[in-house]
Design a binder for this molecule. Structure first.
Ligand code: FOL
Length: 197
């Protein structure tokens, strides 16, 4: 059973998106996202292993074209429309595939080639993933402001997940992480981790 991790930035009321985009621009959080999703755990490190990012079609379209597919990660995009073109006017990229359900996205993960599996959004993918037994970690950047959102992360059941310590977060991501409240222009945020009980 391949474990699943969710990674997300969300407000106190779990807002994650507005009109198909992120409601904020926090460069250090984006750098954290890139580092965490790219880093293959030391225990798995072998040449040619990369992590997987699973996302819905709306999230795929929200990533600036110059960053798509996310580099050094195997990108799996979910759309019920099997005719959807990930690269409408250019050649398909080998680290990006389209799957027509969350279930078939999981089946496309190959433990001999892939390291960690991250679900990176949006709301529909998170809701499908969080309920699964394989979902072991939620890497949550808590945005401490109320930003208007139209898309929300599902409620985190505290009977199923516990807030981990900062040390557990650093141990999980195998890197130093800024501790406590961070500031980015007018926004405050904090890097947190939830672990399946
Ligand atoms: N998790 C966290 N913590 N913050 C986020 O902003 C976030 N965003 C998504 C999922 N989980 C998240 C989904 N949205 C890119 C853009 C949007 C996006 C995810 C990724 C993106 O372009 N990433 C590039 C880096 C871009 C840059 O350096 O500005 C990458 O290579 O990861």
């Amino acid at each position: 059973m391949t474990k699943l991790a969710l990674i997300v930035a969300a407000t106190e009321d779990l807002g994650i998106g507005m009109s198909g985009n992120l409601p904020w621009h926090i460069p250090k959080d984006m750098a954290f996202f890139k580092k965490v999703t790219t880093h293959v755990p030391k225990a798995l490190e072998q040449p040619n292993i990369q992590n997987v990012v699973i996302m819905g079609r709306v999230t795929w379209e929200s990533i600036p074209p110059k960053f798509r597919p996310l580099d050094n990660r195997f990108n799996i995009v979910v759309s019920r429309n099997s005719d959807y073109k990930l690269f409408p006017e250019s050649t398909p990229q080998q680290n990006a595939v389209l799957k027509n359900s969350f279930e078939s996205a999981l089946e496309a993960v190959d433990p001999t080639k892939h390291g960690r599996v991250f679900v990176i959004g949006g709301a529909q993918m998170y809701s499908l993933a969080i309920g699964r037994e394989e979902c072991s970690h939620i890497v949550l950047t808590r945005v401490k402001s109320n930003v208007v959102c139209d898309t929300f992360f599902p409620k985190i059941d505290n009977e199923k997940f516990r807030l981990a310590s900062h040390q557990e977060l650093e141990d999980y991501v195998e890197q130093h992480v800024a501790q406590g409240i961070q500031k980015s222009k007018e926004l405050e945020y904090e890097f947190t981790l939830y672990i399946k009980k």
